[in-house]
Design a binder for this molecule. Structure first.
Ligand code: ADP
Ligand code: ASP
Ligand code: MG
Length: 428
């Protein structure tokens, strides 16, 4: 008997009808003779609505209480899903993250899973029940408080359950047919990818492709879990995310994974840019600035240092970071302006980031030239550049990002014949 973990995202359980549709799909998997464990997200945009509500009550909600609030979204969907399955004549039992043994560190809002003790889940499975687990949440043993894993964290719940229960596969059901060469909401000609390496998927996820949460991809890679991302709206085969070992050693009859130079293009509007102007060009100044940034909770992504055009002997240092962190970092930098000796700070929250990802970049030259040419032909200005072995990222104006993604997608020959279908969700 196989054990299958299935995760259903918010858009797949947005209303009562959708919950019944998903219940049917789960029952079919059970009927086919499998043990089934389900991780479920909150219905539709529930998490966003709860966050809005919290911010209507107070500008800075207490992290412990925010986790109590946000974790309630998944309790609603898990119970409704279990009811729907029961009404079809099958036994289903729902569990909160805490009941499921999802043990995390104490970091509210971004907790990491440190242990999974699925004793109650195993018992329920042995009783013949279908198990439904609330995604996105856990429990810390020291504080004895409920935690959440960060936005998109139900993906991690599913992967952690698959690893702990030694599942045969972890299926991530969502509102698109799989992983595409770009977000189909941004690039209508995006093509579905049949198989992608976890290495490339990690870079795409880190660059803003929210179809999979980065920590889930990392967890799957570390624990050897095979992910199958597919649509909950049809029965089409989706995308397999393969760990490097299985990619290089395909099973009998399987061709090795084709490796185009570029796997995909990711876009991200969630970052802001801060520029520290007129920094004395002396050893230790960058260290001082980034120590302040780190201490104030800034997670820096890209960094660029330029010789100032206005005055000699000084430089400008620009960096990007998640938008919600910008205010606290700006305040911390302003407080230290005199000591560090820079002349001004600029804040820009109208930037967009585009990333081109592909393992084939390692062995092919001219990829960046082609990227820059495509952007220049479209009249798009590049403000920052950063690279890894298999990724090139550029920062543009936010309002040119979609155009940039489409022209780059075409330039690298990624366009498909048909328009990609997005089945549900608001994309929020
Ligand atoms: P869920 O609620 O199921 O977790 P998400 O909204 O988190 O779904 O993720 C699915 C969405 O990810 C899609 O609707 C799509 O807009 C977006 N997306 C971004 N990049 C990609 C990509 N490369 N391939 C597919 N979807 C992508
Ligand atoms: N409900 C949570 C969110 O919206 C977790 C998830 O859906 O993965 O971020
Ligand atoms: Mg998601």
């Amino acid at each position: 008997m196989a054990l299958i973990v299935q995760k259903f995202g918010g858009s797949s359980v947005a209303d009562a009808e959708s919950i019944k549709r998903v219940a049917k799909r789960i029952v079919e998997t059970r009927k086919a003779g499998n043990e089934v464990v389900v991780a479920v997200s909150a219905m539709g945009d529930t998490t966003d609505e709860l966050l809005d509500l919290a911010h209507e009550v107070t500008p800075i909600p207490a992290p412990r209480e925010l986790d109590m609030l946000l974790s309630s979204g998944e309790r609603i969907s898990m119970a409704l899903l279990a009811m729907a399955i029961s009404s079809m004549g099958y036994v289903a039992r729902s569990f909160t993250g805490s009941q499921a043994g999802m043990i995390t560190d104490a970091q509210h809002g971004a907790a990491r899973i440190v242990d999974v003790t699925p004793v109650r889940l195993r018992e329920a499975l042995d009783d013949g029940a279908i198990v439904i687990v609330a995604g996105f949440q856990g429990f810390n043993r020291d504080t004895r408080d409920i935690t959440t894993l960060g936005r998109g964290g139900s993906d991690t719940t599913a992967v952690a359950l698959a690893a702990a229960l030694d599942a045969d596969v972890c299926e991530i059901y969502t509102d698109v047919d799989g992983i595409f060469t770009s977000d189909p909401r941004v690039v209508p000609k995006a093509r579905k990818i049949d198989r992608i390496s976890s290495e490339e998927m990690l870079e795409l996820a880190a660059s803003g492709a929210k179809v999979l949460y980065i920590r889930a991809v990392e967890y799957a890679r570390r624990h050897g879990v095979t992910l199958h991302v597919r649509s909950s709206f049809n029965n089409n085969e989706g995308t397999l995310v393969l760990n490097d070992a299985s990619r290089n050693n395909p099973g009998a009859g399987e061709a090795p994974m084709e490796q185009p130079i570029v796997a995909g293009v990711a876009t991200d509007l969630s970052e802001a840019k801060i520029t520290v102007v007129g920094v004395p060009d002396l050893p230790g100044k960058a260290a001082e600035i980034f120590t302040i940034v780190a201490k104030s909770g800034g997670n820096v992504d890209m960094i660029v240092q330029n010789v100032s055009t206005a005055v000699s002997g000084v430089t400008d240092i620009s960096f990007t970071l998640p938008k919600p962190e910008a205010q606290q970092v700006l305040r911390a930098l302003a407080a230290e302006q005199e000591r560090v000796g820079f002349s001004a700070i600029q804040h820009d929250d109208q930037i967009g980031k585009l990333a081109l990802v592909g393992a084939g970049m390692r062995t092919n030259t001219g990829v960046s030239a082609k990227l820059f040419e495509a952007l220049s032909a479209a009249g798009i200005n590049i403000e920052m550049i950063s690279t890894s072995e298999i990724r090139i990222s550029v920062v543009t104006r936010a309002d040119t990002l979609n155009k940039a993604a489409n022209v780059v997608h075409s330039a690298f020959g990624l366009d498909g014949e048909d328009e990609a279908v997005v089945h549900g969700g608001t994309g929020r």
